[in-house]
Design a protein around this ligand. Structure first.
Ligand SMILES: Nc1ncnc2c1ncn2[C@@H]1O[C@H](COP(=O)(O)OP(=O)(O)OP(=O)(O)O)[C@@H](O)[C@H]1O
Length: 403
């Protein structure tokens, strides 16, 4: 399983220009997260800070117990081996064919022999659908193929954390969806922690488990996808609807007129879209189960609209297990008699099916093998949800020093 990345109070400037301040978030292990934000808000700078290519002046990035902002170079070198990074343009060497480009990290960072390198490179090229293009130069292939080649190169060292910078830039909508599907399938296969930086709304609405948004030098929101995708926060609504009116303008410092805000408040939050599922025949995404448990534990801290959407994803069996009797009605879930934690049926992960048998594989929703403690349901302790103000503070960030 991928590793957790904990970002705590991170601030980055270039000279007098502050890029973002006091950013705190956790990328849960093996889950897919997306970082959204208007152009120039420092999303790429954030990715580079996560991998230690840029040094923030305050805060921590803790990976496997190592704070990469302050650790010695030697430790940073070790932690970097956990990462695979797909840069916007694939960052391929123009004079090398795809095979050599993808083999490059193996030749640079390992002592593997050429036959082993060949096996690994061809395996990764197969994963991204590039078999047959080994001898092509980057200049001879399409932008989508270059992205996939960059992804294959990011995979050769078996990363536990994959950072993807704008996978959709320069791709048509169909290629974007196909690349998104590839990322979801990859996550199912290798269970790596993935962070995607994008401003593509469709990607944000269909791919991640968690979403954050950078805006005006802050992380204005971060959490389970249902939180941002149902938020009525003006900047989020404007962004998700691609509206010209609202707080986001051509320049970052734009002021919003009361008229604009009024117009925006009439804009409906677009309905949630279902998350992309893995291609039939692939292993299941084990992160889905882990995330469900994690999110249910924090359910009552989330906005009511987010709770509704989360509850809609539960099967009747899961609703019964978690003692929820009134899902998705607009009201706080009623807790029924706590279920005595049943033993989940043990199931082996389904074996990949042959290609000619993959059609119409029924979706399996597997209950968690780690059911909650029946004595402590996620919403125990109060029949009422957390006050809106404190749940807003949780999702809209807090000032430094505030608890
Ligand atoms: N090495 C650097 N030195 C100085 N300024 C930099 C450096 N790298 C980035 N910046 C500045 O940081 C700001 C944020 O840039 P960044 O590329 O991270 O934005 P972004 O959100 O990824 O934008 P986009 O969505 O357009 O790619 C920009 O103003 C940019 O000029």
């Amino acid at each position: 399983m991928g590793v957790e990345v904990v970002v705590d109070g991170l601030s980055k400037s270039f000279g007098a220009q502050s890029i973002w301040r006091d950013v705190s978030l956790t990328l849960p292990p093996g889950e897919i997260s997306v970082l959204l934000g208007p152009s120039g808000t420092g999303k790429s700078v954030f990715l580079k800070s996560l991998v230690g290519l840029l040094k923030p002046e305050r805060g921590k990035v803790v990976i496997n117990g190592v704070d990469i902002c302050t650790c010695p170079e030697r430790d940073l070198y070790e932690v970097r081996k956990l990462f695979g990074v797909l840069f916007q343009d694939g960052a391929l060497f123009g004079s090398m064919n795809l095979f050599d480009n993808i083999a490059f990290p193996l030749r640079e960072h390992t002592r593997k022999g050429e036959s082993e390198i060949r096996r690994i490179v061809l395996e990764k090229m197969e994963m991204v659908g590039l078999i047959g293009a080994e001898d092509k130069l980057p200049g001879e292939i399409s932008g989508g193929m270059r992205k996939r080649a960059g992804l294959a190169r990011a995979l050769v060292l078996d990363p536990e954390i994959i950072l993807v910078d704008e996978p959709d830039s320069g791709l048509d909508p169909v290629r974007t969806v196909l690349l998104n599907q590839l990322i979801v399938d990859l996550n199912a296969q290798i269970d790596a922690t993935i962070l995607i930086v994008t401003h593509d709304i469709n990607t944000a609405r269909t791919v991640p488990d968690n979403i954050g948004m950078l805006y005006r030098r802050s992380l204005v929101m971060y959490g389970p996808r249902e939180v941002l995708l149902t938020s009525a926060e003006p900047a989020v609504v404007q962004f998700l609807n691609g509206r010209p009116d609202g707080p986001i303008g051509m320049s970052e410092e734009k002021d919003t007129s009361p008229g604009e805000l009024a117009r925006l408040s009439e804009v409906a939050v677009p309905p949630m879209m279902p998350q992309l599922e893995v291609t039939p025949g692939m292993p299941e995404r084990t992160a889905v189960r882990r995330r469900k448990e994690r999110v249910l534990r924090q359910l009552r801290t989330l906005a009511p609209s987010a709770q509704q959407e989360i509850l809609k994803t539960l099967t009747p069996e899961e609703l019964a297990l978690y003692g929820i009797s009134a899902p998705a009605t607009g009201s706080w879930p009623q807790q029924s008699e706590p279920a005595t934690a049943p033993a989940w049926p043990q199931q082996a992960a389904p074996a990949p099916l042959p290609q000619d048998e993959v059609a119409d594989v029924p979706q399996q929703v597997r209950p968690s093998p780690h059911p909650r403690d029946p004595e402590a349901p996620p919403w125990a302790g109060s029949a009422e949800p957390e006050p809106v103000e404190s749940s807003r503070r949780r999702w809209f960030g807090r000032k430094r020093g505030e608890q």
